[in-house]
Write a protein that binds this ligand. Structure first.
Ligand SMILES: C[S@@+](CC[C@H](N)C(=O)[O-])C[C@H]1O[C@@H](n2cnc3c(N)ncnc32)[C@H](O)[C@@H]1O
Length: 221
């Protein structure tokens, strides 16, 4: 019988990312193409209220607030790692009137009113979560998004041939031994986790330095 992979608990994820801290930004070398595409196709210039789940060091928050969001749009970043909450808090300080970072436990509903925002963003976060936690991510997104809202996500993605395939297999083997060896992440087919009632607006895949990533923009009806 095939063993179910182990996933980091929320407490383990918090401990891993407390340690990683600002080193997370060094991953931009393979994450950038997918994040660029997500920002391009997520139509952030029209957003009024953005929530980012797993905001890390606040790099995307800073970018959205300084270059993409309208001047009156609000931003809320959520993270389980108190160190990341502190780093991201420093990063959004120039926008304290409309940007906030809040620590979460990863279990409880997000501290957000129903139907109160129009973008839920998560870059390289769903690939840490168990299938059940990904389902909860989409259920919470459906709860907090307005009718015209969108989810915009990126994740590592498996490759089916060539060097990228070998790399994603090796990554998966490491993850299966102990998810802490890959900082909790594993390649994931985002489309396989999109629950009924969600519609794909845009999706794409990118390869950078042998690692494949996916972008998914989706809305809920
Ligand atoms: C791989 S890092 C990505 C950080 C950032 N989004 C980026 O692209 O650089 C994953 C982040 O998600 C956070 N995280 C993990 N599980 C979470 C959860 N259930 N809720 C909120 N944040 C979570 C981690 O603490 C970490 O900051």
């Amino acid at each position: 019988m095939r063993r179910r992979p182990a996933y980091l608990t929320n407490a383990q994820a918090a401990a891993v990312y407390d340690r990683i801290g600002r080193w997370q930004d060094t991953q931009a070398f393979y994450e950038s193409p997918a994040v660029e595409e997500m920002v391009r196709s997520g139509d952030f210039e029209q957003a009024r209220s953005v929530v980012e789940v797993g905001c890390g060091t606040g790099a995307l928050a800073e970018r959205l607030l300084s270059r993409h969001l309208p001047e009156d749009a609000t931003y809320l970043g959520l993270d389980v790692s108190s160190h990341m909450v502190s780093l991201a808090g420093d990063r959004v300080r120039p926008w304290t009137d409309r940007a906030r970072i809040v620590g979460v436990d990863g279990h409880s509903p997000w501290p957000i009113e129903d139907h109160s925002c129009d973008r839920v963003v998560a870059t390289y976060v769903l690939d840490l979560l168990s299938p059940e936690a990904i389902a909860t991510f989409f259920a919470e997104s459906a709860r907090v998004l307005r009718t015209d809202g969108m989810v915009a996500v990126t994740s590592l993605s498996p490759a089916d041939r060539g060097a990228a395939h070998l790399l994603s297999e090796a990554w998966m083997r490491l993850f299966s031994v102990d998810p802490r060896l890959t900082a909790g992440c594993r390649p994931l087919v985002l489309a396989d986790h999109l629950p009924a009632g969600w519609h794909t607006i845009h999706r794409d895949t990118f390869r950078a330095y042998g690692l494949r990533s996916s972008v998914l923009i989706a809305s809920h009806s």
